[in-house]
Design a protein around this ligand. Structure first.
Ligand code: 4DW
Ligand code: GAR
Length: 191
């Protein structure tokens, strides 16, 4: 079994990172998480990486004067680790066109809605406010345009009358943690 080299980019809790780490620890899963990069020093996902014995780098975007400089540092580290695929998992920095171009077709993102519905940074809140009866999550290829790349996989989640944003997002998370490893495997097997 060839295990392809994957990096996960995070900015926060990293529950999707944890799902990818756990999936990659299965001997028959076609990927190994080699590297985590966070743009936030206090992201709990960094602790998850250390607990899993996976290399973790924190690159604070405030240390760079332009997005391109930040992205170039990101790219240098990815190349140092011979990374083949990048997974954005709660990574909240917009990546420049040059970086997206370099990783076109090899970089995934997970979004907590059934794209193309509810794009943007407040998808769960917007879906709840819209009163829809069903939401979900989407794994898609990353492009210059936000939340717009080719969809790799989606999962549906019911909305209940007494749902709060937190309760609904937790129900979506449960599906995300199954969807992301499944979607990454699809991408790797299609390459
Ligand atoms: C995404 C889209 C917009 C923002 C944050 C996340 C989805 C995934 C993603 C991250 N970086 C990306 C994507 C993407 O789909 N395509 C590209 N880059 N090219 C967003 O608006 N982030 C803002 C900052 C938020 C923060 O730091 O808290 C921003 O201005 O970067
Ligand atoms: C996930 O729910 C993911 O769908 C969402 O951030 C959360 C990260 O959680 N992504 C976006 O909203 C992108 N616009 P995690 O840090 O526990 O994986």
């Amino acid at each position: 079994m060839i295990k392809h080299r994957v990096a996960v980019l995070i900015s926060g809790n990293g529950s999707n990172l944890q799902a990818l780490i756990d999936a990659a620890n299965q001997p028959d899963y076609p990927a190994q998480i080699m590297l985590i990069i966070s743009n936030k020093t206090d992201a709990y996902g960094v602790t998850r990486a250390k607990n899993a014995g996976i290399a973790a780098h924190v690159i604070n975007h405030k240390d760079y004067s332009t997005r391109e400089e930040f992205d170039n540092t990101l790219n240098k580290i990815l190349k140092q680790y011979s990374i083949e695929f990048v997974c954005l998992a709660g990574f909240m920095r917009i990546l420049s066109d040059g970086f997206v171009n370099e990783w076109r077709g090899r970089m995934l993102n997970i979004h907590p809605s059934l794209l193309p519905d509810f794009k943007g940074a407040h998808a769960v809140r917007d879906a709840l406010a819209a009163g829809v009866k069903e939401v979900g999550c989407t794994v898609h290829l990353v492009t210059e345009e936000m939340d717009a790349g080719e969809i790799i996989a989606q999962a549906r989640v019911p909305v209940f009358a007494d749902d709060t944003v937190e309760k609904l997002h937790n129900r979506i998370h449960e599906q995300e943690h199954k969807l992301y490893p499944h979607a990454l495997k699809i991408l790797i097997n299609n390459k």
